[in-house]
Design a protein around this ligand. Structure first.
Ligand code: NAP
Length: 262
């Protein structure tokens, strides 16, 4: 299927590895020009080199730095001639017990996993509406639908973001101007973050990493972890011309782990 977005420009945040890289990869294959971001410049530039090999006509620009910083977001917006597609992403907050979290821990989580995407949405959706095309895909987590006890900072901040996006997607002059806002909710995907989570559970419990991974797989009807490539393919579809009538949705990608009917 031709997704109809060749020649468009996208900002993909937190895209040097993992799910963000999966999204950038799928968009690059469709001929979308990219501005990609991550804090570590070396891996970011390696990813840019890889993305340029995927399509002969695309341009890939890098903006290194923490996306929760105003100056980095500003640099992302300056680097992108026109933002047709925005993929919001960043690292997740650390796990822990809410009894140990300080006000500062909460403010950090809200800053990165709620206010940062809201600032980027604010800076881009009106221009998208004026041009009659826009796609915002925000990577959140399956924890928005089924909270994970040790990820209270993520459950809280991302749920706030989800509520905001749900309201914004229905505001006047967005959907009617072909601007859609949807969230992608990853379950367990085989990325560096997942491997680190498995390693720390192994250290905390004394169980082997294989045993921890196997235990997690028992809760996933697909009996495997997702791949960044398949995550990116769904993102690219949401960014396509075919998804114009889909907005304000939370799309769960979890191999069937969430047990609810809806
Ligand atoms: P990952 O493999 O660790 O990759 C994270 C990427 O984000 C890297 O490119 C990293 O590069 C970049 N990054 C992290 N913090 C950043 C920041 N402040 N500013 C700019 N770039 C930043 O992680 P992932 O598994 O793809 O996860 C992506 C998001 O999905 C996270 O929020 C995670 O909590 C969420 N999620 C993932 C899963 C899963 O199973 N993988 C499940 C649920 C939710 P630098 O370190 O160089 O900045």
């Amino acid at each position: 299927m031709d997704l109809g977005i060749a020649g468009r420009w996208a900002i993909v945040c937190a895209a040097s590895k993992g799910l963000g890289k999966g999204c950038a990869t799928a968009l690059a294959r469709e001929g979308v020009n990219l501005v990609i971001n991550a804090r570590g410049i070396d891996t970011l530039e390696e990813t840019a080199v890889y993305l340029r090999t995927l399509h002969p006509a695309i341009e890939v620009r890098c903006v290194a730095g923490d996306v929760s910083r105003d100056d980095i977001r500003h640099a992302l917006l300056i680097a992108c001639p026109q933002v047709d597609i925005l993929v919001n992403n960043a690292g997740g907050p650390p796990p822990g017990d809410f009894r140990n979290w300080t006000r500062e821990d909460w403010l950090n989580a809200i800053e990165i996993n709620m206010l940062t995407p809201i600032e980027l949405i604010k800076a881009t959706v009106d221009g998208m509406a004026e041009r009659g095309f826009g796609r915002v895909v925000t990577i959140t987590s399956s924890a928005v639908k089924a909270p994970i006890d040790i990820l209270g900072l993520s459950n809280g901040a991302r749920s706030g973001l989800t509520g905001f996006v749900a309201g914004l997607a229905r505001q006047p002059r967005l959907a009617e101007q072909n601007v859609t806002l949807n969230n992608l909710l990853p379950g367990s995907f085989d990325t560096e973050r997942l491997q680190k989570t498995i390693q720390s559970s192994s250290q905390a419990t004394g169980k082997s990493q294989e045993a921890i991974a196997d235990q997690r797989l028992q809760g996933i009807p697909a009996r495997r972890f997702g791949t960044a490539e398949e995550f990116g393919a769904v993102c690219a579809f949401l960014c396509s011309v075919h998804a114009s009538y889909m907005t304000g949705q939370n799309v769960l990608l979890d191999g069937g782990a969430y047990p609810g009917t809806f």
